[in-house]
Design a protein around this ligand. Sequence first.
Ligand SMILES: [Zn+2]
Length: 160
Amino acid sequence: MKYVCPICGTEGWKVKKITVGSHVNPEYWHLISDDFHFCPTPECHVVYFNGTVTFTVKEVKTKVFFKEKGSPKPLCYCKQVTEEDVIEAINRGARSVEQVEEMTGIGNGGHCLITNPSGRCCRQFYVEFINRILESVTVGERDDNREVQMADLTKDCCKV
Ligand SMILES: [Zn+2]
């Protein structure tokens, strides 16, 4: 039960104490004694839980990309790149993950364990987001992009 979000019932993934401490408001630091789990459900307001203590978006000072409704929505915390920046790059002509990376500077920060509230490397999330946007604007070019996408998903910017 420890691994299931107490509010939405979704299985969360483990996040290290140092990640939780980096994002939870300092007034709650005394409640962090060990590793937590992260709830990935966009509609759920729980961010971290450990079976006893639960931290919601109100207690977390960092905007959590999964759960953020308004804009700007953060994508890459190491390089401070938002969804809006990615969409702008695509509007300016970027047609691959590489081109978006070049134009926005997204990725390869290497500090996601600390900077990203999910504790995971941002790369899988932004590659997914970029591909989703590209698919909606480049229906005709989709087959050309396919190979690039598969190669991208095997890379990671963090060694954690
Ligand atoms: Zn939840």
